[in-house]
Design a protein around this ligand. Structure first.
Ligand code: SF4
Length: 81
């Protein structure tokens, strides 16, 4: 089932531990050694990224968020219709 959701990454909190990458391969290491994720950016200011998705990978994103030891990832459902 396709769900619209937003992945927010607080790169100021990220410590480059990369527990998220093994749960969801959309998360990647950026050249600066912190996490990044590809996708249309809603906002990218003060180290905070917000990317919207509409697919069936909500649970992967949630697993990545739960795996982050510093709570740098937040996943919010926008619309699950
Ligand atoms: S698990 Fe958290 S701290 Fe580690 S790279 Fe991912 S976002 Fe950064």
């Amino acid at each position: 089932m396709s769900t619209e959701y937003c992945v927010r990454i607080d790169r100021t909190a990220c410590e480059g531990i990369f527990a998220c990458l093994v749960r969801d391969d959309r998360f990647e290491e950026a050249p600066d050694g912190l996490v990044t994720i590809d996708g249309p950016r809603d906002a990218d200011e003060a180290g905070k990224m917000s990317i919207s998705f509409n697919d069936d990978r909500l649970e992967d994103a949630r697993l990545a968020a739960r795996a982050c030891p510093v709570d740098a990832i937040d996943v919010a459902v926008i619309d699950d219709a």
